[in-house]
Ligand binder design. Structure first.
Ligand SMILES: N[C@@H](CCC(=O)N[C@@H](CS)C(=O)NCC(=O)O)C(=O)O
Length: 102
């Protein structure tokens, strides 16, 4: 993040154990100084089904910024490379934003 930028976004990451892409996504968020809520979805068929409908993807991790699906690690890294992650992370969630399932 540029100096002076604050992390205001609510970041949620759905993961499973032994998932290299999950580790990479969490590492990138940590490098950005972005706090995140991690929700494990091992053995949670209900969450996996919801994630497919919410993200259109069947893989983990699935990352949400302020309730909006941004995809998996590849998409997160692409946002970072394009310089589009910092503005997303600097944006606060809407006060009436719906909670994600967990
Ligand atoms: N392009 C995806 C790849 C993610 C991926 O392949 N994740 C593996 C686990 S590390 C996965 O979900 N495999 C299928 C499954 O676990 O059902 C990303 O960058 O997030």
């Amino acid at each position: 993040m540029p100096v002076g930028s604050a992390i205001s976004a609510k970041v949620t990451i759905y993961t499973t154990g032994y998932c290299a892409y999950c580790s990479a996504a969490k590492r990138l968020l940590e490098q950005k100084g972005a706090p995140f809520e991690e929700i494990r979805c091992d053995d949670r068929d209900d969450l996996r089904e919801w994630l497919i409908s919410a993200s259109g993807q069947r893989t983990v991790p699935q990352i949400f910024i302020n309730g909006q699906s941004v995809g998996g690690y590849s998409e997160l890294a692409a946002l970072q490379k394009a310089g589009r992650l910092d503005p997303l992370l600097a944006t606060a969630p809407a006060p009436d934003g719906a909670a994600l399932p967990g």
